[in-house]
Design a binder for this molecule. Structure first.
Ligand code: C5P
Length: 221
């Protein structure tokens, strides 16, 4: 029988990661953080000093980079890139910007396609990203598209970074978010857009628990 998939797509800061992890835990399903794969390639490219303007080198990097997800002693997911724990480095703005640049290369996306589909294992998968419902799992049982105003997304990110002691300005973050949105939405391959059959949820002003319950309600109609 077909292994069910729930796709959760949306722009950065829409709450996708937090919501997807919580929903996967509640369903007892596997979880794919597809953005982490693109970030991992970005980080590996940085380690190897590759030129972000050299697509052939980046495509080789996408094929050659070993990426593993494993929980630490506390059950928190860690991302291991070529044998090195890169979890913290993956979350930096530098890694995000590199990921976004690399993600615009069609052969890189193709290189990651089967790796993403391999996460589809019983009893089910919650897949979080930009093109989970449109390209990677078009046959998903349910598709969600999460949005939030750019201002709210910048504020969420600001709080996260401040908690980590990173110094940034709200204004700078808002500009970065708008620039990344524009790049992700306008690229020729797999642009960020809701699948035709996706349910849109605007999370502006909504708490995490409310959104989790709304998504779960879609799974038990
Ligand atoms: O979701 P996250 O912010 O970790 O993704 C980082 C970048 O990777 C995004 O800005 C986007 O350009 C790219 N990405 C993508 N397709 C995905 C997931 C992420 O293009 N499925």
């Amino acid at each position: 029988p077909e292994i069910p998939v729930l796709t959760i797509d949306g722009p950065s800061g829409s709450g996708k990661g937090t919501i997807s992890r919580a929903v996967a835990a509640r369903l007892g399903w596997h979880y794919l953080d597809s953005g982490a794969l693109y970030r991992a390639i970005g980080v590996a490219a940085g380690w190897a000093d590759l030129d972000l303007a050299d697509p052939a080198a980046l495509v080789r990097c996408a094929f050659d980079t070993d990426i593993g997800f494993r929980p630490d002693a506390a059950g928190e997911p860690r991302v291991v890139v070529n044998g090195v724990d890169a979890t913290d480095e993956l979350r930096t703005e530098t890694a995000g910007a590199a990921a976004s640049a690399i993600a615009a290369i069609p052969e890189v996306r193709a290189a990651l396609r089967d790796r993403q589909r391999a996460f589809r294992r019983p009893p089910g998968l919650v897949a979080d990203g930009r093109d989970m419902g449109t390209v990677i799992f078009p046959d998903a049982r349910r598709k969600v598209f999460l949005t939030a105003s750019a201002e709210e997304r910048a504020e969420r990110r600001y709080k996260q970074l401040k908690d980590k002691g990173v110094s940034v300005t709200l204004d700078g973050l808002l500009r970065e978010i708008l620039a990344r949105d524009a790049r992700d939405a306008s690229r020729a391959v797999a642009p960020l857009r809701p699948a035709d059959d996706a349910v849109r949820i605007d999370t502006t002003g909504l708490g995490i628990d409310t959104v989790v319950e709304r998504v779960l309600a879609l799974m038990h109609p």
